[in-house]
Design a binder for this molecule. Sequence first.
Ligand code: FPP
Length: 240
Amino acid sequence: LCNLMSATNNNLLPQHVSIIMDGNGRWAKQRGKERTEGHIEGVESVRACTEYAAERGIKYLSLFAFSEENWGRPQEEVEALMSLMVKCISAETPTFTKNNIRFVVLGNLERLSEGLRTEIADCMALTAGNTGLTLILFLSYSGKWDIVQAANRVLASNGGEGEITMEQLEAALCTRAAAIPDPDLLIRTSGEMRISNYMLWQSAYTEYYFTDILWPDFRKNEFKAALEDYAKRERRYGKV
Ligand code: FPP
């Protein structure tokens, strides 16, 4: 039975799972708390999902933590989110080391504060040689930004000569440049059914999974349910 299943179903376990973590604000509001409280509780879900991904042997877990559009939120919330990132990254670095987790941050990092950039660079350098789960945080990221930066990279390397090929552009996307494969499964929490300018190019053949659960409530059992749903799907990549 096992052989039969793997012959007809090539995707029992996704190699790369990505999550649009949505609903922190609503989670807080439902409890009469500040939005920031929702983000703080969301960090617990990040921890639970990272642990579970490692336990299941998933190779890449990526999280959409802050979009380029999120810069437009009230300054107070942006600052709270940024200081939460700094705190978390420095607090979690020893855990990454202990659990063989490689930490990668992708996005338009020029917009981040000096302090956060230093924290990120240190954590990435320290964990670069780890061979277990790769945990990717998308920060100040947008799919359109990614495509444009890729095109500019190719133009620069071509010296402005000739046409850009699909292969060149794809290789210059920030994920590919960091040797991270396209996501197999993309989860979005909180009932919203949008891609919201996330990995636009990379998700061309990604399986989507939407759940009404708010991000702070998305833990091991919810992650497990998403993986079970994914395992039932048949991916055809436009073929029959
Ligand atoms: C979406 O909820 C969540 C975010 C914009 C931020 C996600 C960030 C975290 C969970 C903290 C991550 C920290 C680390 C270190 C990974 P929302 O605010 O859009 O909620 P709403 O749609 O209910 O308003």
